[in-house]
Structure formats: C-alpha cells, structure tokens
Design a protein around this ligand. Sequence first.
Ligand SMILES: Nc1ncnc2c1ncn2[C@@H]1O[C@H](COP(=O)(O)OP(=O)(O)OP(=O)(O)O)[C@@H](O)[C@H]1O
Ligand SMILES: [Mg+2]
Length: 312
Amino acid sequence: MAGMEQQAEAWTTTMRAEQASMDIGAELGPSDPTAYTARKPIPEPSPVDRHGPARIIAMANQKGGVGKTTSTINLGAALAEYGRRVLVVDFDPQGALSVGLGVNPHNMDLSIYNLLMDGDVGIDDILIKTDMAGLHLLPANIDLSAAEIQLVNEVAREMALARVLRPVLREYDYILIDCQPSLGLLAINALTVAHGVMIPLECEFFSLRGVALLLDTIDKVRERLNFDLELEGILATMYDSRTTHCRQVLQRVVEAFGDKVYQTVITKTVKFPESTVAGAPITTLDPASSGARNYRQLAREVIAAHDERLAR
Ligand SMILES: Nc1ncnc2c1ncn2[C@@H]1O[C@H](COP(=O)(O)OP(=O)(O)OP(=O)(O)O)[C@@H](O)[C@H]1O
Ligand SMILES: [Mg+2]
C-alpha cells in the first residue's frame, strides 16, 4: 500500500515538473471542469407566452476553430427547446452555420449578402425556418465576403446589420450572430448591433492569445458605436478532462475573467464534427449526449442572466 502511495506521489511530482516546464504555472487541479466554474445553482427557465424584444448576442473570437459556429447552432437549438424564439445569423462567408443547419450554400438564391446590399430584398425573402420549431436562420455563403469590401464606402457602414435586423427585433427572444474569425468590418457590424458578446475559448494552450485584442475591440466599439455593449460571457469549449493542460487553461481563464466565465463548460466529443456533417444540432441528433446536455445548461444560464437583467 505504502509502495503505491509512493508511486503515486512520484508520478504527481513528475507531472508537476512537466507542467512547470510548460510554463503555465498552475497547480494541477481536479478533472471535473465544474470544480473551476461552479458558483450558484442554475434555475430551470420558466415558460414564456409572449416573445421579444430580442437579446442580441454576437458569438465572436478572431481565433479560428474555437467553437463559435457549433455554439451558435447548439445554443440556438437549446434555447428553442426551452420555448424561446431564436434567430441565428450566419455572418461568416464560409457559411458553416448554414451548412451545420442543413442548408446547402450552393443552392442559395438569396443570402444575407443580398439583404445587406440590395434595398429590394427584405428579411422574409431570405429567412429560413429550420426543422427545429422556433429556430430560424439567416443564411450566408461566399457572396458575403464581397459585402465587407463594398460596405467600406457606404454611409454608416458599421450599422448595416443593425439596419436589416431592426424589423424583426420584436419577434425573437434571442438573436445569435455567428461571426467569422476576424476583427474586420463584418465583426464590427455584429458588435455594433449586439447587446452582448459571447467569447468561445478553446481549452487549449494558446487560447488566451488574441483575447486582449478582442477585448480592446469590444471597448472601442462600446466607446464609439454601441455604448451599452456588454461582455455576455466567456464560454470554455472543447474541454478534455484527460489532458492536464486543459484543466490548467480553464483554471487560468477563471482566474482572469472570474464570474464572466460560464459555469457550463463544453466538453470535447466527436459528436460535434459528426453533427455538422449531418446538418443538425446535437440536441436533436443525440439528445441525451453530454454535448446536448452542455448546451442545454448553457441555454439555462443565458436565460437566467437575461431574466435577471430584465428584473433589475
Ligand atoms: N466541443 C467540441 N468537441 C469536439 N469538437 C468540436 C467541439 N466544438 C467544435 N468542434 C469541432 O471543431 C471544429 C471547429 O468548430 P467551429 O466550426 O464551431 O469553430 P469556429 O470558431 O466557428 O471556427 P471558424 O473560426 O473557422 O468559424 C469543427 O469541426 C467542430 O465540429
Ligand atoms: Mg465558424
């Protein structure tokens, strides 16, 4: 017995030394992510019989592949499951959000590009009702990349998205905007219309790189274009409890951002790439999976925060 303890201790010492050499400087904590983020119970959302006005949330991080699109789809679907009316906006010329909801970008006659650039196109001309009740989509494809260039010469170029969303603000409870991985004019448009910015952060070594720049950009937009813009929250994604540095990154993120970090942590699972291929949210594809449960809990947190705000 003593031998095993010694062995375990020796192993822990080695692990700690290895982590020290990675220079992240945190002690190795528990593998359960909620040990880092848990603060208070998350209430069950009450049913709603009236809808709107919408809380607009921009899903933003100029770092690529951190889970912006996956979170937009699955948070959107989970909010809709709770009876909320949700509009998800594909604001990335890659069109990954549209594809992830089963819309083929090549078969798209009209997209958000036309809505932004052509005064004759209205939001109802491009709006798609997804298979999930209460979840609607404004689709995008590669055409949107031209808007970034064409908008530069327009009056109020940062307000183009705000202008086109205005007619439907009263119809939805939540509007989620899936930003492209850049801090260009499209992202600024999203930050200008948003009430809050949700920043998905991959639980990975370099995830914090670039976050300072993103926060600076949010500050600038708040000073110049959108005085009430809030940091909605930081969402830790792709958490893998088997890797020690995932835990350390999460610990660091909580140290840096405190209660701005969602209590919900999205675990890493192959179900997400699979659901993209299937063109449906994980919440309908595999309702009992950990990923579906994660996003449902996130939806409860988002609803609770919004209800608190309204009660203030
Ligand atoms: N929790 C997760 N576990 C495993 N894989 C995930 C998870 N979340 C997202 N992925 C996968 O990681 C890849 C990147 O995710 P996603 O497209 O959501 O990121 P993104 O931030 O929108 O990327 P981009 O910056 O290119 O728009 C996708 O293949 C997705 O299926
Ligand atoms: Mg994306």
